[in-house]
Design a protein. Structure first.
Length: 195
């Protein structure tokens, strides 16, 4: 990958998306490590860290968020990730569930001069529940996961711009990261991104 591949284009934000328990943070940190030589100032944001305190309290007490809880947070996600992209090689990486199409549409509309690429990590519910049950110290509890699966609207191939789905069932982290990298490299070289 050369930094020249994307220098003259619009800022690009790569959203590592999916329900809780899909490994978004692990993949994002692997991506940062992969690009550290060519893009030493590349930044990654954890979307969960941008939630307003009221959202965190609501989730911590075992209540799933509703659409009205998410609107302001999604705008913050769009603004912060775009600002970072403008200051960091023209690209940034953020983790954000982006479960519904209207959430992705809002992110795009909030920063219309930035190209957002949504890469969904996906697996069957049983695998994700097992991962969540082994996770410690996160406000998303396994008993709240059903609401995320109920809300999940995976992008439909070639019907939603700049979206891809990576099924990680039974795959090690390095294989998943490499599959995500294929999509990122396509976007950085202005090739067709969609699945």
């Amino acid at each position: 990958m050369t930094t020249q591949a994307h220098k003259s284009s619009r800022p690009k934000v790569f959203v590592i998306a999916g329900t809780s328990g899909t490994g978004k943070t692990s993949v994002a940190t692997n991506l940062l490590d992969h690009y550290k030589k060519d893009l030493p100032n590349l930044k990654y944001l954890e979307g969960d860290d941008l939630h307003p305190e009221a959202n965190v309290k609501k989730m911590s007490s075992g209540h799933p968020l509703q659409d009205e809880d998410r609107w302001d947070w999604l705008k913050i996600v769009a603004h912060k990730s775009s600002d970072v992209a403008r200051l960091s090689h023209g690209i940034s990486i953020i983790t954000c569930s982006s479960l519904k199409k209207k959430y992705r549409d809002l992110i795009r509309a909030t920063e219309p001069n930035v190209d957002f690429y949504f890469i969904f990590l996906y697996a069957n519910q049983e695998e994700i529940f097992a991962r969540l049950n082994n996770r410690k110290g996160h406000f998303m509890k396994a008993n709240m996961m059903q609401s995320q699966f109920d809300d999940l609207e995976l992008p439909i191939p070639h019907q939603e711009k700049n979206c891809a789905v990576v099924n990680f069932e039974g795959k090690p982290l390095d294989v998943i990261t490499n599959e995500v990298l294929v999509y990122i490299e396509k976007a950085l070289h202005n090739e067709d991104f969609n699945m």
